[in-house]
Write a protein that binds this ligand. Structure first.
Ligand code: AMP
Ligand code: MN
Ligand code: MN
Ligand code: MN
Length: 283
């Protein structure tokens, strides 16, 4: 099987490598087909395509859209999108436009908890200020000595119920899927194993309802093999793929050499009986 990695981030969103550095790293790890899927922005794709051509690997145009569904934030990956499709461009612009204000509210809230100066600090970690997000806050807060690593900052300060968490209204599920499909892409439900309700994993009933709406709206695939899933979760989500007749996707969700679950291109194979998502565009 060719080495596919269909989910990763550059510094256009919250990755640490430039699109070129990311593609170069993927090529060095024998990735043959790479999708760059920055959060809510497609600004890295042109540079990534150039780097991919130079490295002799295939680049898939991708994006990872932040969606509010009920009380949850869920992520929808678009693969093989047209980054110039006007509805997608405008939709992503709308989602990005709330990030600056959210960041200000996060910083105010952290200041009330005794942690000052974080907005300016976080902005230093964001090469694309429109895309300022929690990861940039976390990186700065590690630098400032509040926690030993990014994961600890999230757990102590940035997840629901903690002082730096500010609820936010992202895009809507149906819109995100229609922008992706309208642009010629395939909508993939990202890392279903990571969705939570409070401290616990999202319940099965809720996940089934989410998948029902996702499919109803035109979603066609689910991430089965994700850098953030455990092996039992690969099997679990392969069963959901079968039940909902979805293609299966795989991606490391790589963000950078120091803070990722898995390196780019270092994923296990699908469980048996998975229909790989690339069959959808090879037809
Ligand atoms: P945002 O879109 O600004 O809310 O940031 C979401 C990003 O934060 C995700 O894409 C991950 O990169 C990162 N993230 C979310 N939860 C955690 C966590 N518990 N530990 C480390 N990183 C996380
Ligand atoms: Mn991220
Ligand atoms: Mn995600
Ligand atoms: Mn991601």
């Amino acid at each position: 099987m060719l080495n596919y990695d269909l989910h990763c981030h550059s510094n256009v969103s919250d990755g640490t490598l430039t699109p070129t550095e990311l593609v170069t790293r993927a090529a060095a790890r024998e990735v043959k087909v790479l999708a760059l899927t920055d959060h809510d922005d497609v600004a890295g794709l042109a540079e990534a395509a150039q780097a991919a051509a130079a490295a002799g690997i295939e680049l898939i145009n991708g994006v990872e859209i932040s969606v509010s569904w009920r009380k949850h934030t869920v992520h929808v990956v678009g693969l093989n999108i047209d980054p110039q499709y006007p509805e997608l461009v405008e939709g992503l612009h709308g989602i990005r436009s709330g990030r600056r204000q959210r960041a200000e509210l996060m910083a105010d809230s952290l200041a009330r908890a005794g942690i000052g100066g974080v907005l300016a600090g976080a902005l230093r970690y964001s090469s694309n200020p429109d895309m300022i997000g929690r990861t940039h806050f976390a990186r700065y807060m590690v630098e400032a000595g509040h926690c030993k690593d990014v994961r600890s900052v999230f757990n102590r300060y940035l997840v629901k119920g903690k002082p730096g968490y500010v609820p936010h209204e992202w895009g809507n599920l149906q819109d995100a899927i229609s922008w992706i499909r309208g642009s010629g892409g395939i909508a993939v439900l990202a890392h279903p194993g990571r969705y939570t309700a409070g401290r616990k994993a999202m319940g099965k009933t809720t996940l089934v309802e989410l998948l029902g709406e996702f499919v109803e709206a035109g979603g066609q695939a689910i991430e089965v093999v994700s850098g953030s899933h455990t092996p039992p979760q690969f099997a679990e989500f392969a069963r959901y793929a079968k039940e909902f007749d979805l293609y299966c996707s795989c991606g490391s969700d790589f963000h950078g050499p120091e803070e990722s679950y898995r390196d780019v291109g270092r994923l296990p194979d699908f469980p048996l009986e998975c229909r790989p998502v690339w069959e959808a565009w090879q037809k």
